[in-house]
Unconditional design. Structure first.
Length: 120
């Protein structure tokens, strides 16, 4: 060891069994990571608009790709299969509705407005 160099030591920290399972490269089942999925509606406030979109299961990845490429137009939440919730800033509601109209024409998607949840 060179003069003045500090020796590095590696300390072992214990991890819970679940963390070791994940670190080993095994894929965790969803219920191991959380008790249940968080529904999208509690995340919505008066500054966001939401649309429920129904597409065929095989079209979900396509729709997700469109929203990822749309410069922050909206966030997509997959409830199950082809049931999607799309949230967007109120200031971009017109753009969202134009895009969803195109999806209705191209994919025969069904779009409906979601009411804002009431806050107690």
């Amino acid at each position: 060891m060179a003069h003045g160099a500090k020796e590095r030591t590696r300390t072992h920290t214990s991890r819970p069994a679940d963390a070791r399972h994940l670190a080993a490269g095994s894929a965790a089942r969803p219920n191991e990571l959380c008790d249940s999925p968080l529904p999208a509606t509690p995340l919505v406030d008066s500054d966001l608009v939401c649309r429920k979109v129904l597409v065929r299961d095989k079209d979900v990845v396509f729709v997700k790709g469109i929203f990822e490429a749309s410069e922050g137009l909206g966030a997509l939440f997959a409830e199950r299969g082809g049931e999607l919730i799309i949230s967007a800033p109120l200031s971009r509601e017109r753009e969202l509705d134009e895009l969803l109209t195109d999806l209705q024409n191209e994919l025969q998607a069904h779009v409906s407005h979601l009411p804002l949840p009431t806050v107690p």
